[in-house]
Write a protein that binds this ligand. Structure first.
Ligand SMILES: Cc1ncc(COP(=O)(O)O)c(C=O)c1O
Length: 367
């Protein structure tokens, strides 16, 4: 099975497993696991922040980050398609009690004017009481639903400058920040510089089995540790999995660009096929999103799965494929062949069977 559902489907390599088996451990809750501490220190340094805290998931680092920046009743600005807003189980409302205010990003990217327009200017006609203090702006780089899109650095910095004029704090969901750096050469620390806090994941294309870090100023990370504990994130001999994350950082980070080349190869193969709607210039990193001109995504993904290719439907006619280091160039060649076969099968079926298509995908609703 060629599994392109997500870059989280990577498997730990033999040397990574070895590093995990040999990890020195302590107790994460008491703060004395040396491997966890080494991972936190390495990540903080890489991102140019004072401190970092390791947690099991990127959802937890994002949501603990939001909680640590805010108090219930505060408003938080999100892009309308932000992972933190759409795909984290409603946690901003449930865990932090914050009021989301949505920005009209295109592929996750918006401008300083959008921030200004959302917040407005004080005016004598406005009521004196503000319904909810606007506290935080979240940005995602690269952007998942945006198809792995990269924020242009100048735009990112301009948006952050504008946000500061409104006294907003800034959080970066950098689950795939490594990919932005691999594509542009801009160091992660430069992307991270305008933000108070940054979340990064080791369990995606970097290839570690588990974990993410939240980085920021020392006092903020101390506050974040309390919320980590509050939601059950204290994970004892976590050094065993932190060793996998550290290994990934030290050995796989420099190879992330290989996943972009695979995504390009796949996108260019698909773009040759009739009935695929795909602009290859929109494929900037390791995520390929495409649409089907005349088949529904659920039936298409089903047909591909039967042939050994696993992708996610991400809408009625939209599909997502994500690349990571376990995928080989040969797999990509085979994947394009499978897509071509499926399109043929579906167009034949459609002409002999005009019955309504089954639109419920058993592979889950992917975004
Ligand atoms: C942009 C982004 N942020 C956060 C997450 C959450 O990470 P996790 O699955 O580790 O909770 C994901 C997961 O795919 C993501 O794509």
């Amino acid at each position: 099975m060629i599994d392109l559902r997500s870059d989280t489907c990577s498997r730990p390599t033999t040397p990574m497993r070895q590093a995990m088996a040999e990890a020195t451990v302590g107790d994460d809750v008491y703060g004395d696991d040396p491997t966890v501490k080494a991972l936190e220190l390495t990540t903080a340094e890489l991102l140019g922040k004072e401190d970092a805290v390791y947690m099991p998931t990127g959802t937890m680092t994002n949501q603990v980050g939001i909680r640590a920046h805010t108090e219930p009743g505060d408003a938080v600005l999100f892009d309308q398609n932000a992972h933190v807003y759409i795909l984290e189980g409603g946690a901003p409302a449930a865990f932090s009690g914050v009021l989301p205010r949505l920005l009209p990003g295109i592929r996750g990217i918006f401008g300083p004017d959008d921030v200004d327009a959302a917040l407005g200017r004080p005016h004598p006609f406005f009521p004196i009481t503000i319904p909810a203090p606007n506290r935080l702006l979240c940005i995602e780089n690269t952007h998942n639903i945006g198809g792995g899109s990269i924020w242009p650095l100048e735009k990112l910095e301009a948006v952050c400058r504008t946000a500061r004029t409104h006294q907003l704090r800034l959080h970066l969901d950098g689950a795939r920040l490594w990919h932005a750096t691999a594509a542009t050469g801009v160091p992660e620390s430069v992307y991270a510089a305008p933000f108070d806090s940054v979340s990064v994941c080791f369990s995606k294309a970097l290839g570690a089995p588990v974990g993410s870090c939240l980085a920021g100023p020392k006092d903020f990370i101390t506050r974040a540790r309390r919320f980590k504990q509050q939601i059950g994130g204290g994970f004892r001999q976590a050094g065993i999995i932190a060793a996998g994350a550290l290994y990934a950082l030290q050995n796989h980070r420099a190879r992330i660009g290989e996943t972009h080349a695979l995504a390009q190869q796949f996108a260019h193969g698909l773009a040759q096929l009739e009935s695929i709607i795909l602009d290859t210039s929109m494929v900037e990193t390791n995520i390929v999103r495409f649409r089907l001109a005349s088949a529904d995504a659920a039936a298409f993904v089903e047909a591909a799965h039967r042939r050994g290719l696993w992708m996610l439907p991400s809408g009625i006619d939209a599909v997502r494929a994500v690349f990571y280091l376990d995928i080989q160039k040969n797999d990509v060649v085979r994947a394009v062949e499978i897509v071509a076969d499926c399109l043929k099968e579906l167009s034949v079926n459609e002409s002999i069977d005009s019955a309504p298509r089954n639109t419920t995908a058993h592979h889950g609703a992917g975004y």
